[in-house]
Ligand binder design. Sequence first.
Ligand code: AKG
Length: 295
Amino acid sequence: MVDCAAGSDVDAGRDGTRVNGLKVALLQVSYGDDEPLRDRVERVSQWVRGLEPTDLVLLPELWAHGGFASASWRTTAELVSGQTIAQMASVARETGTWLHAGSVIEKADEGADRGSEGRGLWNTSVLLSPQGEVHKTYRKIHRFGFGDGEPRLLEAGTDLAVVDLEANSGSVRVGMATCYDLRFPELFRQLGDQGVEVVLLPAAWPMPRVEHWRLLGRARALENQTWVLQCNTAGTHSGVEMGGHSQIVAPTGEVLAELGSGEGALVAELDLDLLKRVRADFPVLADRRLSTLGY
Ligand SMILES: O=C(O)CCC(=O)C(=O)O
């Protein structure tokens, strides 16, 4: 059963219209261990095709390959040009929307750099343009698992991902981060320093720590005065219950819209001018004392 939540207006104009609105949909995909990868990719493709028109769709971390299915990552890993992203690129083209396809287990192409630990595998997020082109990729920098899972099997990403995208409402600068990255404020500060207005954060965040997820998303949005779009998974797989509670947080730290713990779509329109007003009205970032603190 798919729930739909429409975001309430944080700052609607007097007549309810938006000056500079970016319409987004976050799909909180639920899955267990029984659904084959290709079936899930097909199911989610149909879901995106059936959405009302939006500027941007965001999918969760590793929704196809399994957020905690580390035992199978080596065998299911794909090139960025592989089947999963190729299918999602077709969906982006058909629907004419920006599609952040969540993340995949990326394997290195033959003869390509395999990373500093030589493993040739990454947790890679892929942002597709409405023309179905790979617009930007981001390899997760902070690996989760405390010595197991990601740090044992995957390479750590080394590069920030900041990119402009042209939407109906105009150009918007987005930054990419993934799940556990949310615990590292310095990454979000750097994205903010590069002019990011909207952070796109796919995740496979477990239920036992879902309050950390909610709190940290609000903190990252408030302290950097950016939008933070957090898209989590739902369901239980590999013995881990996912936390759901995807949320859209405004640059004020307020939650514009959120989901519960089951599968669902979060659809909302972001007033991008709100960010400019918040920064003008409360210019806290201008009061940083970086040299005093040794930066
Ligand atoms: O930080 C957490 O509690 C969860 C992180 C996580 O599950 C991940 O990065 O995949």
